[in-house]
Design a protein around this ligand. Structure first.
Ligand code: PXP
Length: 236
């Protein structure tokens, strides 16, 4: 299982003062040198953290792979089609939310999602859909033509107590099995940290975990390379 490091919150800190530091491009290089297999950023419609220039620079400088999270939105897609990231992960987006709250409703907007998948694939980008571990969404994802799904682990991460955690873990396991049976490749992410990430070993077929907030939070105290290495040790 590989680790993709989401560096959005390096940009959040930079935007707090609107200056140049800390530089997300430097964060990406440090994370890669520490062993990350990919760098993820979310170009939000409101540009609250990652900016267009970050995405263009990261496409030039990332040596592993750049995974661009994006809404199914014409304006953001225009930028994404110019950037041609290695991967794009389609996510739902609401202006008021603090972070991506639920999964993408692929079943309820299949035509729109499929058109976005086709456009991104036309520039050589591999497409993933960020969805809740629900069969209806997985079946729709398979119909969309996307190569990957990313299972939303937020409900698992927020579960309180062992029986709730176990129930949410079972949902993730069944979802991964279903996705695999339909020919989809499977990643997972959201809310994973140094305490719960090891549980993901129970989920079959997972290729990559995308983790952001917990790694950047730990990096404040340990430095980013150490924070990435500690997460990799848990995954390994
Ligand atoms: N995967 C997706 C699709 C996300 O939207 C996010 C949050 O930006 C993450 C993974 C990482 O979540 P976290 O920051 O909670 O680790």
């Amino acid at each position: 299982m590989k680790l993709g490091v989401n560096i959005d919150h390096v940009a959040t800190l930079r935007q707090a003062r609107g200056g140049r530091a800390p530089e997300p491009v430097l964060a990406a290089s440090l994370a890669e040198q520490a062993g990350a297999s990919g760098i993820t950023v979310h170009l939000r419609e409101d540009r609250r953290h990652i900016q267009d220039r970050d995405v263009f620079l990261l496409k030039e400088t990332v040596q592993t792979k750049l995974n661009l999270e994006m809404a199914v939105n014409a304006e953001v897609m225009e930028v994404a089609l110019q950037v041609k990231p290695h991967c794009a992960c389609l996510v739902p987006e609401r202006r008021q939310e603090l972070t991506t709250e639920g999964g993408l409703d692929v079943a309820g907007s299949l035509a729109q999602v499929r058109s976005c998948v086709v456009k991104m694939q036309s520039v050589g980008t591999v497409v993933s859909l960020f969805i809740a571990p629900e069969f209806e969404q997985i079946i729709a994802a398979a119909k969309s033509g996307a190569q990957f799904i990313e299972l939303h682990t937020g409900s698992f991460a927020n579960a309180k107590g062992e029986s709730d955690q176990q129930r949410e873990l079972t949902r993730l396991i069944e979802a991964a099995e279903k996705a695999h049976s339909l020919g989809l490749r499977v990643n997972a992410g959201h809310g994973l940290d140094y305490f719960n990430a090891s549980w993901m070993h129970h989920v079959p077929y997972l290729e990559e975990l995308n983790i952001g907030h917990s790694i950047i939070s730990r990096a404040v105290f340990t430095g980013l390379p150490q924070a990435v290495k500690e997460m990799l040790a848990i995954i390994e």
